[in-house]
Design a protein around this ligand. Sequence first.
Ligand code: SAM
Length: 267
Amino acid sequence: MSSGEAESPEYDTSVAHIARVYDYWLGGKDNYAADRAVAEQVMQAYPDIVYSVRANRAFLARVARYLVGEVGIRQFLDIGTGIPTADNTHEVAQSVAPECRVVYVDNDPIVLSHARALLASDPAGVTDYIDADLRDPEQILAGAARVLDFSRPVAVMLMAILQHVGDEDDPYQVVSTLMGAVPPGSYLALSHPAKDIDAEAMAKMADSLNKMMAEKVTFRDRPAVARFFGGLELVEPGMVQASKWRPANDAEAASPAALWGGVARKP
Ligand SMILES: C[S@@+](CC[C@H](N)C(=O)[O-])C[C@H]1O[C@@H](n2cnc3c(N)ncnc32)[C@H](O)[C@@H]1O
């Protein structure tokens, strides 16, 4: 496994990849010239992107804390993990309940090269990493069953990933397969870049990303994102702009965030 350092990387650095572009927006160091060029171009089109990605990470942390602390969830399937940064799902979850079990999934080799950081579990819990594609949910479920007990509630986390599954790959069926495999009392938590918040800037952003990046994006509007929660019970405050979902303070609530976010329970 690579240490993820710049010498002799085992992945193509000449084409921008979203995990590394996103890392740049978050202020990380695991990105290359091609990634930075895309990231900077998007910052021109949508200057608030840096606040928006931070608001997404803050949403992820609030959701994990809520699910462990208020709902009692102890198992997570976090798909589209990204390059490890501050407050990864297992760190937040295990800070509340050390016995939490977290399975991470991503299909980008650079994320795989950093998996060691994600595997530093609290000894009372477990973390695991699966190199797999969201478009193959059966493979993910089979791998996750090594660590997660599917007879007990699981929180499926799909944070800022479904925009990489185009309509031709039926993202609704993918989510329905995942939620079909977990028992009642499980949760779906997701965030999704919005087509209808800061619409003009977001359209320019999608255009830049689709011209320059390996993974294509489909931003979706409120009804299209709400459809992912079909058959599930949204918890308060429902599906909202990610920064408005149970914000810890006024500053968090006021952050620009061109993402829809929500958490729902499987009845
Ligand atoms: C924008 S980042 C979001 C990271 C993290 N979930 C967050 O919200 O901070 C999207 C991540 O999804 C991964 N990804 C994109 N398409 C994927 C797919 N089809 N299967 C698995 N992972 C995918 C990318 O490699 C990247 O790490």
